[in-house]
Design a protein around this ligand. Sequence first.
Ligand SMILES: Nc1ncnc2c1ncn2[C@@H]1O[C@H](COP(=O)(O)OP(=O)(O)OP(=O)(O)O)[C@@H](O)[C@H]1O
Ligand SMILES: [Mg+2]
Length: 279
Amino acid sequence: MNTETKTSEERVRADRTDKLYEHIPEGSTLLSIEGLNVTYRTEKNTTVAVERFDLDVKKGELISIIGPSGCGKSTILRSIAGLQKPTAGTVKIDGKECTAPGSDRGMVFQDFALFPWRTVLQNVEFGMEIAGVPKEERKERALRYVKAVGLEKFANSMIHELSGGMKQRVGIARALVMHPAVILMDEPFGALDAQTRNIMQEMLVKIVEHSARTILFVTHSVDEALYLSDRVVILSKRPSTVYKIVEVPWKRPRDRADPEFAALRKTILGYLEEQNVME
Ligand SMILES: Nc1ncnc2c1ncn2[C@@H]1O[C@H](COP(=O)(O)OP(=O)(O)OP(=O)(O)O)[C@@H](O)[C@H]1O
Ligand SMILES: [Mg+2]
C-alpha cells in the first residue's frame, strides 16, 4: 500500500483525530465508560479486576486515576485503549463504541514500549508513517515534539543510548505528535527520580495549557494527581470501581506549599487508606 497517497480527509481520520471532535464543546463529555467489567480467567484462577466502573470524561479535561496497588488501573486504561476486551460494559467516544485500538486514543506505556532499532526521531515518526503523513511534514512535526520534550540533541540517538526519563519523554512525544482525541498515560513518571518527575510534570502542565488535550493519567502519587488534574478519581480496592471523585478547584500552575493543597492531599490520602485495608 502506498501510504503517501491518502486524502486529507483520511489523514484527519488517522493522524489528527482531535479534529474529528471539533463539534464537541470543551467541557462536554467526549469519552464515556459504562458498566466496565474485566474478569481474567486462567486455568487456576478467576480474577475480577474491574467491576461496574463508570466514568464520563469531558473534552479538555485531565483526570488522574489513583488507587490501591493491583486494583485494576492498568486494566481500565488498556480497556479504553482497546488492548483489553471488556467482559462487560462499553467504552464510547462521542457516543460511538470503541472495540479495537484506534489512533483516536494515544497511549503512553509505563515500560516505554519503544522500538529499539529506531532512532528517537524515527520512533516519534512511526504513527505518522502508518497514517500516511508525507515525509517532510512527518519529520518537521516529529522534530517539533522532540524539541518540546527537550530531546533535540538526541533526535538521532538510538533508544539504548537514553536514560529512563529520556525514554519516557520519547514515549510522550510519540503519543502527542498524533494529536489523539484522548491521551492515556499509565504511570508515565513512576520510574523517574523526584527532580526529573517535577520537570516532566511542568512539561505536561504546559502542554495542557497550550492545547485542549483530554488526558487520563494513572498515578500512585496523590501529590502528582493534585498538581496536574482537574479531577481525581479514587478507585476502590479490587475489583476496582469508582470510590470517590474529587474536583480540584485551582488554576494551574499550582502551589504545592499552599495549605489548601495540603488539606486536599490529606483528604485523598484518607480515602486511599480506607481502601487499602487488607482483608
Ligand atoms: N493478563 C492478566 N491475566 C490474569 N490476571 C491479570 C492480568 N492482568 C492483570 N491481572 C490481574 O488483574 C488485577 C489488576 O491488575 P492491574 O495491572 O490492572 O492493576 P493495577 O492497578 O494497574 O496495579 P499496579 O498498581 O500494580 O500497577 C491484578 O490482580 C492482576 O493480577
Ligand atoms: Mg498498573
